[in-house]
Design a protein around this ligand. Structure first.
Ligand code: ADP
Length: 246
């Protein structure tokens, strides 16, 4: 089976300001990867390059064995951006309609079968927002909207889910439930890339960690990360506190 993501020797600069230098990493199908690093360390840039939203200055990116610039299976990728909690820019559709759109990649607009509707309804059930199905997307709380976007990705049968600080502005209790949802999706076989500023969340939930600060400081399993000096190296000597949630 091919890797979900291959990143080889990727560099990227905004003007003359380097954001990524020679980053190489592999994400295997089924991984739950936590992508961490200080503010401005290039996490979002790397994710956008992986998703093909930005082209690297040099290096290679492959999704499911295919070069990202000719990747034609977009329905396999779900992306919950940092902006997903924002009300602004939300489409004027109900939650159920939004999730049904996840089927469009498979059947084309306006041709949903009963089976497609069922798949969409099942996705709503999986993320536990069936009771919100008839609400407008812009009426949801930030955390509910995240779930709706995940349901849409599930409806499109995404097997890679990328999330950029998905719980910013979400209350602690809903956060925990949200990460439990991610874990159960991962257990069902979905590959997850999670950008997260709370290192405790990542060390608790992810089985692999990539720690970057322009360069890659660590890429490997969570245990070896915890035992390594990668955290203090990547975050500098300023003494970042590691929180553990148990
Ligand atoms: P992170 O997600 O780790 O906070 P980013 O990938 O957003 O980091 O940003 C990495 C660096 O690139 C930062 O120094 C940031 O200021 C800069 N940067 C990000 N986006 C842009 C942009 N559109 N134009 C110029 N600089 C940018």
């Amino acid at each position: 089976m091919s890797n979900a993501v291959n990143v080889r020797n990727v560099s990227f600069a905004y003007g003359d300001q380097p954001a990524l230098e020679d980053v190489t990493l592999t994400i295997e199908s089924g991984d739950f990867l936590g992508l961490i690093g200080p503010n401005g360390s290039g996490k979002t840039t790397l994710l956008h390059i992986i998703l093909g939203l930005l082209s690297p200055d040099s290096g290679v990116v492959e999704l499911f064995g295919q070069p990202v610039d000719s990747f034609d299976q977009g329905e396999r990728i779900g992306y919950v951006s940092q902006k997903a909690t924002d009300r602004g820019g939300t489409m004027p559709v109900t939650v159920r309609e939004c999730v049904r759109m996840g089927r469009f990649a498979h059947v084309g607009h306006g041709r949903l079968s009963d089976e497609d509707r069922k798949i969409a309804d099942d996705a709503l059930e999986t993320v536990d927002i069936t009771d919100l199905a008839d609400q407008q997307m812009n009426q949801l709380s930030g955390g509910q909207r995240q779930r709706a976007y995940i349901a849409r990705a599930l409806a499109s049968e995404a097997d890679l889910l990328a999330l950029d600080e998905p719980t910013v502005g979400v209350d602690a209790e809903s956060r925990d439930a949200f990460y439990q949802l991610l874990e159960s999706l991962n257990e069902s076989g979905i590959t997850i890339i999670l950008i997260e500023h709370d290192i405790g969340v990542v060390t608790d939930r992810a089985d692999r960690i990539a720690c970057i600060n322009t360069q890659l400081y660590h890429h490997g399993d969570t245990e070896s990360f915890v035992e390594s000096d990668a955290l203090s190296e990547a975050y500098g000597a300023t003494g970042t506190v590691v929180h553990h949630h148990h």
